[in-house]
Design a protein around this ligand. Structure first.
Ligand code: COA
Length: 325
């Protein structure tokens, strides 16, 4: 008998306000053509002035619980992958816990930037397998619009706000996971030597305030394609699978060109890739659960499908998760 974790529901939330590429072109020297050709992005969502990461995280969590048919009272673990907490402390996760009117179990934030959701699933998977949690909410939520220098065209065109969530439950299986639905494996990595390639200046122990996103775009691009292809290969190899076995690749939605290059490197069919970056730009930790939820709700992802998720972000951090829905 072994315990495995299973994804039983998903939910997502995007703020109402849409900012198009043309809107940005009114402020900085850019164009819809340049942004779409270089990134695939057409628009992004921006949180309302009084809308915070915990509000979006709560909304996505609520929808995931409804989708799963799981009572919030059963949740004993909440992990929020975020780089943009409402406050320096306490964690956004405890704010979500309070909004859900829960007071048991554990709730904490996990900071792995755009890899936050994969990291969160990996940690929740470990806690479920060890018997420390039975029902977990893993949420990716970010309000990167608040970390942007809107006059810097090299970063302001790339990011947006949003949240996504999954409900994970533990199941005891007599003969291992086999072809049952659940997490086959997760893989997480980081390399702090590359921190200068993508970071936000400032912070509580330095300037006391958070600053703006700074990025060496070309270098990040190169590392992303290499690291993502490597970690996807690692996930496939560990499970003795070829890329042809994957029903859906749900990548971090940073940039269509990174996704296309990774897909090509892996020899995967582009029809099997879930792409939502055009609609909401790079929402950091929220992007994978946003894409996952979109593909589940429009009927593409079905029960029994094998899904490969992958992400890379500031740190650098990167990771992958292989899941049978
Ligand atoms: N609109 C118009 N022109 C722009 C621009 C914008 N928004 N941003 C930069 N440019 C200009 C540059 O100033 C440069 O002009 P120059 O040739 O006169 O100097 C030119 O476009 C090329 O800039 P460059 O930075 O070399 O472009 P690129 O082809 O590398 O594309 C990115 C830039 C950011 C789209 C690309 O590097 C990228 O996608 N990197 C990964 C970023 C990412 O996804 N980060 C998050 C990872 S989690």
């Amino acid at each position: 008998m072994s315990i495995h974790s299973r994804l039983v529901g998903s939910g997502s939330y995007l703020p109402e306000k849409i900012v198009t590429n043309d809107d940005l072109a009114e402020r900085v020297d850019t164009s819809d053509e340049w942004i779409a050709a270089r990134t695939g992005i057409r628009q992004r969502r921006v949180a309302a002035e009084n809308e915070y990461t915990s509000d979006m995280a709560y909304e996505a969590a609520r929808r995931a619980l409804d989708d799963a048919g799981v009572d919030a009272a059963e949740v004993d673990l909440i992990i929020v992958g975020t780089t943009t907490p409402d406050r320096t402390f306490p964690a956004t996760a405890v704010q979500v816990q309070a909004k859900l009117e829960l007071n048991g179990g554990a709730a904490f934030d996990l900071q792995a930037v755009c890899s936050g959701f994969i990291y969160g699933m990996s940690v929740a998977d470990g806690l479920i397998k060890s018997g420390q949690s039975k029902t977990a909410l893993v949420i990716g939520a970010d309000t990167l619009s608040r970390l942007l220098d809107w006059d810097d065209r090299s970063t302001s065109v790339l990011f947006g706000d949003g949240a996504g969530a999954v409900v994970m439950t533990g199941v005891e299986l007599e003969n291992g996971l086999g072809t049952e639905s659940g997490i086959l494996s997760t893989h997480i990595h980081s390399d702090g030597r590359l921190a200068e390639l993508l970071y936000c200046d400032g912070g509580p122990s330095t300037t006391g305030q958070s600053g703006f996103i700074r990025m060496q775009g070309k270098e990040v691009f190169k590392h992303a394609v290499t690291n993502l292809a490597n970690v996807v290969t690692e996930a496939l190899d560990e499970n003795g699978l070829e890329s042809s076995a994957i029903d859906w690749l749900v990548p971090h939605q940073a940039n269509k060109r990174i996704i296309d290059s990774t897909t090509k490197k892996l020899g995967m069919d582009t029809d099997k890739v879930v792409l939502t970056v055009q609609d909401h730009a790079n929402t950091s930790a929220a992007s994978i659960p946003l894409a996952l939820d979109a593909a589940r709700r429009d009927g593409r992802i079905k029960k029994g499908d094998l899904i490969l998720m992958e992400a890379m972000g500031g740190g650098l951090t990167w990771g992958a998760a292989l899941v049978r829905w």
